[in-house]
Write a protein that binds this ligand. Sequence first.
Ligand code: PEP
Ligand code: MN
Length: 264
Amino acid sequence: LASRDFHPENTVINIGDVKIGGGDLVVMGGPCAVESPEQIDEIARLVKAAGGQVLRGGAFKPRTGPYSFQGVGVEGLVMMAEAGKKHDLLTITEVMTPEYVDVCAEYADILQVGTRNMQNFDLLRKLGTCGKPVLLKRGFSSTYDEFLNAAEYILAGGNPNVMLCERGIRTFETYTRNTLDLSAIPVLQNLSHLPVISDPSHGTGRRELVEPMTKASVAAGADGLIIEMHTDPDNSMTGDGVQSLFPDQFAALLQDLEKLAPLV
Ligand code: PEP
Ligand code: MN
């Protein structure tokens, strides 16, 4: 079902008046984690003002260590839904377990599967019937074939609205947190009809690389971007402040993108 051989036309995902995969560039921006109502409200305002269409933010965080901040949970879903509604933005949030799919689908417009859960097959099966579009991140050590098979689980369950997200893979290089695989963008678009989104934030792990890798992703044909932005990155509650743009950088980047590709 994910293969272009069986579905030659590009899949276009319509959510409200935003079209993903239809030729216009979609930008999802926001913090790694939802921290407080004030934080997410202010960031939503800035994402909207910059021209973004989707507010990102994790209420459930998949942390490497069990003692690290794990996200604010369901309350964060409520905070983000309110901020999205108030500022006229769609919302995307990560769901980590099948048990939480229903509540995440109740509050968010798009559900994100994180890199560590790309092959959580029970979660993928459950997302097949969740009724909401899914952004599936590539496992950081997964091949294209494994990635497309993971998407296949969601599609086979009856949900045609799947986006593929390249978020960097693990290589021998340690300067960057991951190596953003730009080739994935045209490769996945050749192999599949699903929209392809690039995540230059997790793909590099370094703020100064987000701008060039965003532009490179657009040049490579990405259908959209998911970018971390924080009003106070140095004091963010996850370690991802180091890769989060300041609001003025985010706004300047989107201005530049307008010149490369029309925003929805
Ligand atoms: C995130 O989007 O904040 C995240 C945890 O992403 P990934 O699953 O790509 O690490
Ligand atoms: Mn993050």
